[in-house]
Design a protein around this ligand. Structure first.
Ligand code: ADP
Ligand code: ZN
Length: 209
């Protein structure tokens, strides 16, 4: 199964991607995580994308498309995958169409004001990139990643000003692809519930039909 998880920044794509990954045993391809890892390792790509990412704008399409093309040729993607954070522009969606047939697109819908609230409490593991929320999804031990034991941090682009910028970019550049996939008959809309489990149940249902 080849899936795309679509939604605003902070809609919970990463969390639901992990849920589907465990359920269907297919890998998550998160362009945000791939780009952050390139930055952390100081690669050529990492150097090129830092300024875009820190300001909340999109990384140029060519860079992201090349990155994805390389990632999807790896063995673990053979039986399917879940895209999280890709495509983010119509140009990226068109480029993906040329190299892969997608089976479904799950659109996680959340209102902007809910997102801004959520992002202010988000904590992220710098090692394995798992995300938490200080109120709605705290780690078992405060400030420590459940999965790998690393000290949790706040992503530099999760500060309120940059969050607003990312939302503006989302509405302008990414939202048009909702229509793009709707026109292809691939779109499944999930109205997000207040809890992670509630949303996962709806995602599961969307995958069955
Ligand atoms: P979120 O979904 O919470 O905004 P991501 O980790 O998906 O976080 O993305 C963080 C940043 O990485 C984006 O603001 C953007 O700069 C860059 N990025 C990630 N994926 C893409 C993409 N497909 N195209 C362009 N830029 C991207
Ligand atoms: Zn971790």
């Amino acid at each position: 199964m080849r899936l795309i998880l679509l939604g605003a920044p902070g809609a919970g794509k990463g969390t639901q991607a992990d849920f589907i990954k465990d359920k269907l045993e297919i890998p998550v391809v998160s362009t945000g995580n791939l780009l952050r890892s390139a930055m952390a390792h100081g690669t050529e790509l990492g150097k090129k994308v830092t300024a875009y990412m820190e300001s909340g704008s999109l990384v140029p399409d060519e860079l992201v498309i090349d990155l994805v093309k390389e990632r999807i040729t790896q063995d673990d993607c053979a039986k399917g995958l879940i895209f999280d954070g890709f495509p983010r522009t119509v140009a990226q969606a068109e480029a993906l169409d040329q190299v892969m047939k997608v089976d479904a697109v799950i659109f996680l819908h959340v209102e902007d004001d809910v997102i801004v609230k959520r992002m202010s409490g988000r904590r992220t593991c710098p090692e394995c990139q798992t995300t938490y929320h200080i109120v709605s999804h705290p780690p078992k031990q405060e400030g420590i990643c459940d999965k790998c034991g690393s000290v949790l941090g706040i992503r530099s682009d999760d500060n309120p000003e940059v969050v607003r910028q990312r939302l503006a970019v989302y509405h302008k550049q990414t939202e048009p692809i909702v229509k793009y996939y709707e026109a292809q008959g691939l779109l499944k809309v999930v109205e997000c519930e207040p809890t992670i489990e509630g949303t996962s149940a709806l995602v599961e249902k969307a995958l069955e039909v």
